[in-house]
Every structure is written in C-alpha cells, then in structure tokens.
Ligand binder design. Structure first.
Ligand SMILES: *[C@@H]1O[C@H](CO)[C@@H](O)[C@H](O)[C@H]1NC(C)=O
Ligand SMILES: *[C@@H]1O[C@H](CO)[C@@H](O)[C@H](O)[C@H]1NC(C)=O
Ligand SMILES: *[C@@H]1O[C@H](CO)[C@@H](O)[C@H](O)[C@H]1NC(C)=O
Ligand SMILES: *[C@@H]1O[C@H](CO)[C@@H](O)[C@H](O)[C@H]1NC(C)=O
Length: 823
C-alpha cells in the first residue's frame, strides 16, 4: 500500500507533498495531518505537532501513542481530532476546552481515566463526541449541556455513574445518535423524551428503571435498552398511538423486568430487522403477530412466557438469520421455516412435538448453532455425530436410527483478515518526527497565546467536514464542507436526492463495524440507504488524476454497463477529491471466501466439501445435503462460465474494450441466486498514473509474466485472460494461487505447479479431491487444459475470452436425471 516510506519523507521534497500532509492553498501551512495506523508509539515530543498552528484536522488513530505533548492544546484551530485506538492514559486535561472550533473529537479506545472535564462546555461547535472504551469515571459533566451542536455522542463502555445532568433531554436539538451503553448510569426512560432528532439510542447495560414509555415517544430507528431494570406493563406502549413504528429497525428490550403482554402494535414495525425481547417477566401469552414483518433478520423471544402453537405465518419470515425461542412453553409442531438465511435456531426447553421438518434437517449442517433439546421432538433420517446429539438434541427422543458422520458437520466461517500495514517504527515515527520538526521551524510565523476560546454558536444545519475515517490499513478523508450539500447519484432513482450525509448514516459514519473488505482500491462498507437500498460502498482511497467532471463521466459510463454476470454499479458520490462507487450488495459474498476461508482449526485446502448446491425445480438454488456433493463440479463450472461471460462482455461487447486488470477470486461475487458476478470493472481507469502502477503490479499469484518485464506496453485483454486462468485453476484444484503448499522453488505458485503436472501428463492429480469423480474426470481435466492455455507465458498464445466461453460451454456438465428426481 506504500502509504509511507522513508523516501516519502525525504526532506528535500516539499513537505506539502508528503503522504498524509495536507496544506493550505498557498502551500505554506499544514492544515491536515493524517498518520493513522503507522505503528507510531510512545510519547509525542513537544515542539512537533503542537507547532502546526494552522492545523484543522489531525488523525493519529490506530497507533500506540501513550501521551500527548504539553503544547498540544495550543492547536486552537483544530476542527477534527481523532486519537482513537491508541494507548493514551491519565486524565483528560481541561485544556481540551481550548479547541473552541472542534467539531469532531474521537478519543475512543484509549486508557483515559478520571472525570470528563467540565470544560467541554467550551466546545460549542462539537458535533461528534466519541469517548467510548476508556476508563472515564463519575458523572457525565453538566458542561456537556453547552454542546448544543452535538449530533453523535458515544460514551459507551466507560465507568460513568450517577444520573445524567439536569436538562440533558432538552439540551441537544440535533442529537441523532446517543450511546451510553456499558456504564453504571442511572435514570429513567423519560430522560430522553425531549431529544426530538434522536434516531439511535443505546443505553444497554446501565441502571435505568421505571417505564420505557418515555423512549417510545420519539421516532427512533435503533433502540437498545437491554440489560437495565425497566419495569411495567409493556402493553402501555401499544396505547401510545403517537409512536411511529414504521421507522423502527432495531429493538432490544432484553434482560429487563418488563411485564404484561407484548405490544400488539409491533406488527406495524414493517422495517424491523432486529427484535429482542428475551428474558423479561411477560405474562403467559401466545406468540405475537409478527409474520408480516418480512424483513426480520434477528428474533430472540427466549424466556418471554410464550405458550400455545407457533403460528404458521412465521414461515414467511424469509430473511430470518437468528431465531431463539428457547425457554418458553410452546407446544405443537415446528412449522416450516424459511431456511434460506437461518444460522442460529434455538427451540430448546419447550414442549414441542412431532418431527423436525426435513427441510430444516438439511440446513442444519450449515448452521452455526441449533438446539432442539428438552422437547418431545423426533429426529429422523439424518446423520449427526454423537457430540452434536449430546448437546443439541438432549431430551429429544429419537425413534429413528442415527449414523454418525463427523465430516458432515464441519462448518464454514467467513474470516475477514484485515490487511496490516507492515511498517516499522524506525521508518514511520522517526521520519514523521523529523518532518514535523522541520515543519515547526519552517512554517512558524508567530507564537500563540493560550486561552480558552469561546466561539460563537454557529447555526449549522449540516454535518460539516472535513471528515476522516480509518480502517486497519488506511485512512481516508472526505474534504467536504457540508455533508448534505454533496450529492449522491443513484442512477436508477434520480429523484431520491441522497447526499453524503445519507452515506454517512447508511454506514454509521463509515464505522469499522460496517466494513466488508479492504480491497486494492480501498475499503468497502456495507450500508442501507433510505428506502431499504442495500449497497456496498467502495471508497477509491488513493487519489486520482481525473478531474471531478472526468470521474463523474467515467462512473456514469460504468453505470450503464449491465450484464447478468457483472456487479451493477448503482451510483456514486464525489466527496471532495474522494471518489466513492456504490454497488448493489451481493448477499453471498465472494469466491475467495467461499473457496478458501476455512473454519477455525482446519488446515488449508480442505474446504468446500460442505458447499454443494443444486438447482431445484424453480431454478432457484438451495443448499442440499450430502448427496448434493456430486454436483460440486457443476457449481464450480457454472462460476467459471459466468465469470468468463462477464469478461468476454467487457472485452468484446464494450467499445473501447474494458480491461479489468485485477481478475481474481475476491473480485467474483455471488448474488442471491448464487450466480457469479464480477466486480470492480473499469475502476483501474479512474485512478491516476502512480496508482496504475500499483494496480498493474497485481495481486500475488495473479500477475501475468508480461507485467514483470520492464517496458511492457499497455495492458491488453490478454492479461485479464491470465487472471481468469488462475481463477479457473483455483476452482478446479481448490488451492490458493500462492502459499506454503508449493514448497518447490520451481513450482512455487499454483500456476507453475499445475502447468508442471499438465506437462508431465499428470493433470488429474491437480483436481480437488472433493470434486474428483463427481463428473467424468476427463471433463474436469479438459477444464484444466483451458486453465493451462489461459496461463500461457506469452499473451499471444492465450485464447480470447470469447473463445474461452465456447470452450467452457463444450464441457458443461449435463444435468443428471437422478438429481432432478429428488424432491
Ligand atoms: C450498544 O452498545 C453495546 C456496547 O458497545 C453494544 O454491544 C451493542 O451492540 C450496542 N447496540 C446496538 C444496537 O448497536
Ligand atoms: C437470546 O437472549 C438471551 C437472553 O438475553 C440470551 O441468553 C441468548 O443468548 C439470546 N440468543 C441469541 C441467539 O442471541
Ligand atoms: C406438553 O404437551 C402435552 C400435549 O402435547 C401436554 O399433555 C403436557 O401437559 C404439556 N406439558 C407442559 C409442561 O405444558
Ligand atoms: C441446548 O440447550 C441445553 C439446555 O438449555 C443446553 O444444556 C445445551 O448445552 C444446549 N446445546 C447447544 C449446542 O447449544
């Protein structure tokens, strides 16, 4: 990623061109400094950062900084200060009040202790305050009542106690998100009743008591009141007709002392995705009417006093992912459940009878957790290892024979390994400090006085920037003044008028928790835009040499490129010089995760055995059980063919041809019907020249030999053919393109290893044992030969993508009669 190298901080180059340093238009003063995740450690010395007196935004997050210099608090112009996830300890000095212009303060994930100083009262422009995961103690200071611009407050996971300062509820007309979770704060739900802009409230794990009614007066989207001591008949909420259920997305009332019957109006919460009412003192009652909340993904009704039968309409909840009904008194049979996304199912400790539905049994091996214990259920026709029976089926009487087959029971877990910048302290800290010293004496004009500045309260409707965000491997800045004035273009829905502010809320301010991946172009976040538009938001972090106009034209062009095997570009946003591409969200992840991300503890190349798929009568595809293993090659062939079609379309169906330049398994996504879709096409062009080199270097194992030669001409479609060849070989062998499994120096990559075998006429040895024999071996060997052709050293010897589509179609596995007869 090369964010910083010793060369970059070479003191002969103008400091304004150093990475992470941002200067004013005259190139004289540093106004922004971003040094996130560089491994900086220890105390920051005096006369370094503290002398950058024109500094407006500073981001030193994700380092190992233990202390700040004494002159730090003289930086009176700073608007955005991000020191999150360091190791800064001690009390927060009241000098924090010097930052009168501060709009964003993030100190989360440090070791601060003591009280939050009352001088925060001087921060009247503050919009974002994040102090979570520290050791702050005692009361929330009343000084905070002065910070009337606050939009987001996160004080979670500290040791705060006592009640909130008087007037808290009416002090923040703009507050949208409040998180006090994991403290010892006491209070009542009515404390929040006056926060008219609030949409997210999290007070989980505190000492709030009394009625929850106060909370149900405001139009909230996310409500977490769990683990408090709220009491009273929850049915009151029902009679509060003013509450707008339709905005509610997330409701957690679990582990309180609520009583009465569950509000009937919950079925009006048509946008609800998460509902947790577990572990309260509700009266004995029948299952609530929630069958029409079709978007529900999480439902926990454990210990809620449910009796009677499960209504059959819960089978309509096709998005259910986690479903816990344990510890109730439900009787009757388990209705058919939609098993598409089911990951956790717990019905233990009820009085359910009958057989576990066979569709469920098929799904079980893919589930993360299920529990049928302590019911009167019968278990038929399935194979489970004894260990599973012991814990998940306790007390479920088995009248049918059971065969144990442990391999049946392995499960996958998507692992997201963050890219870590491998930079040594020697380079980054020393160079940075030398650089800062130079800056300090180079640009210092006059010394400042120390004073607590009171800046007049600005009437600002907007959330204003610049915004800076960090991930494990990078930091990016959206240098925009007002988030609401930066448009987001959604091609198909031009009337929606989204802005960068919507992207911010769709991704919880580009929160790490919404990060899907960190790709070569930059981080990708998951988001829900208003109207339930589920998107992947890709930030093209590295600067571009294109002007805004050029970039917009290019993105508009890419938006018009449509093919069933391409991930559609839904829209884009130009935020400052940051280009943000917005894609349809792909529900089934990417091929790399599917192929190679193994369950914990399982060694390399072992997986895929559980990922077998079969088309059912409706041509939709669903998980199938062990017999389905035989279709494994069919599924992999389908992915190869779809990906080839996408590339053939880009090369031959677009004029001028679009060269992808980064074909690899992590660029191939699977949509909701498991159709492969290639992403990131056309992005390489949006980057400037320096970055093209970086892209051109390619991902390890996918780099065509011509890229390694000096003075190669421009990239051609044939370099994509090479990348496709590697993907095809991965599909056939189940192995990664590079890794420890190729110890032989001459055959140190997948390509070299396979090509060696094919040349020695031992190609069949390369075939993944999981698919070997599922189709005639010679068919799979034919595919191997296509992979061989694609990965030829000389580009001219590789076939075109059009030819490859033809070759793959020739070996398309036929649909077996016996498989069609199933069901
Ligand atoms: C509330 O905060 C706690 C502690 O940080 C967290 O575990 C929980 O997920 C949060 N709830 C929501 C709805 O985000
Ligand atoms: C449901 O809630 C109970 C009580 O809070 C908790 O113990 C259980 O783990 C939850 N179930 C799931 C699947 O999260
Ligand atoms: C469980 O259900 C059976 C009928 O299916 C009933 O006879 C029995 O009383 C129930 N047990 C409890 C504890 O409710
Ligand atoms: C299932 O529930 C029973 C009873 O609550 C518990 O003892 C057992 O550990 C659970 N098993 C699993 C796999 O969660």
């Amino acid at each position: 990623m090369g964010l910083v190298s010793s060369q970059d901080y070479n003191d002969s180059s103008p400091f304004c061109s150093w990475p992470g340093v941002f200067c004013d238009s005259k190139q004289e003063n540093v106004v922004g400094l971003v040094a996130s995740g560089l491994g900086l450690s220890g105390l920051i010395p005096d006369i370094t950062i503290g002398k950058l007196e024109k500094l407006r935004y500073l981001n030193l997050s994700n380092n190992k900084i233990t202390g700040l210099p004494s002159d730090f608090y003289s930086l009176g112009l700073v608007k955005s200060l991000d020191l999150s996830f360091n190791q800064i300890s001690g009390v927060l000095p009241s000098n924090i009040g010097n930052f009168g212009q501060l709009e964003m303060l993030d100190l989360s994930g440090n070791n601060f202790s003591g009280v939050i100083p009352d001088s925060v009262s001087s921060l009247s422009s503050l919009q974002v305050l994040k102090l979570s995961q520290n050791g702050f103690q005692s009361n929330v200071p009343s000084g905070i009542l002065n910070c009337q611009s606050l939009v987001t407050v996160d004080l979670s996971l500290n040791k705060l106690s006592g009640s909130l300062p008087d007037g808290f509820g009416s002090a923040f007309p703009k507050l949208e998100s409040l998180n006090l979770a994991g403290n010892k704060i006491v209070g009542r739900g009515s404390d929040f009743a006056e926060l008219k802009s609030l949409t997210n409230l999290n007070i989980s794990g505190n000492g709030f008591l009394g009625s929850v009614m106060g909370v149900f007066g405001i139009p909230l989207e996310v409500v977490d009141l769990s683990q408090n001591q709220f009491q009273g008949h929850i049915s009151q909420v029902h009679s509060n007709s003013s509450f707008n259920w339709s905005t509610l997305v997330y409701l957690d009332l679990s582990e309180n002392e609520l009583s009465g019957e569950i509000f009937h109006s919950v079925n009006q919460a048509q946008n609800l995705k998460y509902l947790n009412l577990a572990n309260n003192r509700f009266s004995s009652q029948s299952f609530p009417e929630i069958g029409s909340i079709l978007g529900l993904e999480f439902l926990n009704m454990s210990k809620t006093g449910l009796t009677g039968q499960l209504p059959s309409d819960i089978s309509q909840l096709s998005n259910l992912n986690i479903f816990d009904l344990s510890h109730n008194n439900l009787s009757g049979e388990i209705p058919l459940l939609s098993i598409k996304y089911l990951q956790v199912l717990d019905v233990s400790n009820n009085n359910l009878t009958g057989e576990i539905p066979s569709s469920l049994l098929e799904k079980l091996p893919w589930m993360e957790r299920f529990n049928f214990s302590y019911n009167n259920l019968t278990l038929c026709a399935s194979e489970f290892p004894p260990a599973t029976l012991q814990t998940a089926f306790i007390g479920s009487m088995n009248s049918c024979p059971i065969a144990a087959n442990p391999s049946f029971f392995k499960r996958k877990e998507a692992k997201h390994t963050g890219l870590k910048l491998a930079l040594t302290l020697a380079i980054s800290m020393v160079c940075l400090l030398v650089a800062l010293l130079l800056l300090a004496f180079g640009c210092r004009r006059k010394s400042r006085t120390w004073a607590v500045k009171q800046v007049s309260y600005k009437e600002e409707q907007n959330i204003s920037g610049p915004f800076s965000f960090q991930t494990d491997s990078t930091t990016w800045i959206a240098d925009v003044k007002h988030a609401t004035s930066v448009p987001v273009v959604i091609f198909e829905k031009p009337l929606l008028n989204f802005t960068f502010a919507d992207l911010l809320s769709a991704t919880s301010h580009f929160d790490r928790g919404t990060l899907l991946a960190e790709g070569r172009f930059g981080p990708v976040y998951r988001g829900f835009l208003p109207g339930g538009i589920h998107v992947a938001v890709k930030v093209l972090v590295h600067g571009s040499t294109m002007t805004d106009g050029e970039a917009a034209r290019e993105l508009e062009y890419l938006g018009r490129i449509k093919h069933p095997n391409l991930v559609p570009l839904t829209g884009y946003c130009l935020a400052g010089d940051q280009r943000i591409a917005i894609y349809d969200y792909m529900e089934n992840g990417n091929l790399q995760n599917l192929l190679h991300d193994l369950p914990l503890g399982v060694q390399t190349t072992e997986d895929w055995s559980n990922d077998t798929w079969e088309e059912d009568d409706n041509n939709a595809i669903q998980n199938v059980s062990s017999e389905g293993l035989s279709t494994a090659w069919r599924f992999r062939h389908k992915i190869a063919l779809g990906t080839a079609r996408a590339l053939a379309f880009l090369h031959h169906g677009c004029s001028p041809p679009i060269i992808h330049r980064d074909v690899k398994t992590s660029s191939v996504y699977l949509d909701h019907i498991l159709e492969p879709r290639l992403s990131d096409f056309g992005l390489a062009k949006i980057f400037g020249n320096g970055i093209e080199d970086e892209i051109a270097r390619g991902s390890p194992g996918y780099v065509p030999p011509e890229f390694l030669l000096p003075e190669t001409g421009s990239t051609t479609p044939k370099s994509d053919v090479y990348g496709f060849g590697v993907v095809l070989l991965e599909l056939i062998t189940g192995k990664k393109p590079v890794g420890d499994e190729y110890p032989d120096a001459k055959e140190s990559t997948l390509v070299n290893w396979v090509r060696g075998l094919v040349r020695r006429n031992q190609g069949s040895r390369a075939i993944d044992p999981k698919i070997r024999g599922t189709e005639p071996d010679n068919q799979i060997e034919e595919a191997l030969k296509i992979g061989y052709l694609c990965t030829a050293d000389l580009p001219s010897k590789r076939p075109s993508m059009q030819q490859i589509v033809g070759l793959l179609k020739d070996i398309e596995p036929v649909v077996h009669q016996s498989l069609n007869e199933k069901n």
